[in-house]
Design a protein around this ligand. Sequence first.
Ligand code: TPU
Ligand code: MG
Length: 565
Amino acid sequence: MTDSKSSTVGGYLAARLAQIGLRHYFAVPGDYNLVLLDELLKNRDLEMISCCNELNAGYAADGYARASGGASAVVVTYSVGGLSLLNAVAGAYAEDLPVIAISGGPNTNSTAEYELLHHTLGKVDYGYQNEIFARVTAEAVIIQHAREAPYQIDHAIDTALSTRKPVCLEVACNIANAPVSAPNPKIFTDCPTCDALALDAAVEHATELLNAAAKPVLLAGGKLRSAHAIEAFGKLIDTSGYAVASMPNAKGFLDEEHRHYMGIYWGPVGSPGCGEIVESADLCLAAGPVFTDYTTTGHTTIANPEKMINVQPHSVVMPGETYNNVPMARFLSALAPKLKKNDASLIAYRRIAEERMPLQPGPADTPLSTRQLFARVQGMLDGKASVIAETGDSWFNGMQLDLPTHARFEIQMQYGSIGWSVGATLGYCIARPDRRVIALIGDGSFQLTAQEVSTMIRYGTRPIIFLINNGGYTIEVEIHDGPYNKIKNWDYAQLLSVFNAGDGNGMGCRAATEGELDAAIKKALAHDGPSLIEVMIDRDDCSKNLLRWGAHVAKNNSRPPRSIM
Ligand code: TPU
Ligand code: MG
């Protein structure tokens, strides 16, 4: 029995999810979570989105969190569901997304009664899923007692929001509907703690360094968004007058039409002129940079700590000094009004900046090339577009797109798990039906998670998917080729009618020439449902940046072991 003062474990969880702004959760049922799902379904502020499998449901939660800027939730059954979900949760950890992973769990009596259970490893040892999740979440808890549940739920949600990392809640199947008190008033905050003394000292030190620099520049890094500091960084760009570049995993965070914007800082595959300006600056303020082999093109970019103010979500590192407990947004906001205007780096950039000539379309029967494809994608972009770029050549072609103001861009560059974009596209569309999602997905990646297109059809979403059929794993070909990089061809365009199954509204078509592509795009833009355009591209046709990047990353990967003798 529940009244306004009482709830159930599942009802409490649902109320808190709605309170932090969720309107949907992604789910796959199983007997360990059925009662929990019944409880969640009673909450009219939340809608269940049923997915084909748990990995995809996890990727959908990843996309949902990206689109909404907040948390997301995914609900699965114990072990068979949870361990399928694991890879997506690890990705969310790597990408700083507060995905709340919720799993059913064994009956609380099973361990004491020494019962063997289905879906498990066949041993009376049921803590393993939680232990495994502890490695890829900020907090993993098992809820086995109703009295503890409100505290455990609130604490885990607080942790997810404040760390911007996933958490895992495993709810024993026989307590999901157990009574608990209804949620009491509570403020969930994602404001990090701030040491006022450290903040002042860091701002003073940075002001001194930046105002003394001759040619300072700004660099946006991948952690800028999870630190909620995009707006503060934007103000800093305006007030400082410095030129600004984005790292590749921060593409879409800044207004690319801003007059201070240079492009992508990505070593030999970055935007023309950008690397030269960043690396010749005597001081670089980098907000949230993550220097991995991928973001630095095999460590070819030079991040000199002696010439850098490295602002991380909770600390500021300057040459010889570190200030801790200083939240990025607070630091940037306090710094902005103190800087003297200095446009030396911007002037230097303008001197060397190259005009890019728009590509002219060929005759209608010209076989398609990636360059012509992406010229068309460029033409489709406006402020309502959100581009989702899958691992593969789509990274490199996507990175070259000029985003109009308010257009957005998503990439999973830290984790790079192929197949991510299909689930992420679903989640993004569910969270933001007002945006036009354009997904750029290679054939190899698509084969991992293809069935989630059926969920896009089921829930009436309207993404346009460009499925790039180049017959294999081209990115891998460029890093290290072998027979394993060829894949079985599919009739991708026909998949939509398979998934429609008579009552769906998906549209699939194939384009092998420029004329066919133009017609397909026209059809997709007018279509009220998901569209998939299978684009036929030659196996050897890829962006020159992929070739260059692949060579550098391969060199970095193939360093021989250092001798231990
Ligand atoms: O444009 P293209 O042909 O490179 O893209 P496609 O066809 O999507 O191929 C992607 C190839 C690829 C692999 C096989 N990229 N990374 N990998 C390695 C890999 C394997 N499994 C997962 C889950 N993630 C990976 N990144
Ligand atoms: Mg491919």
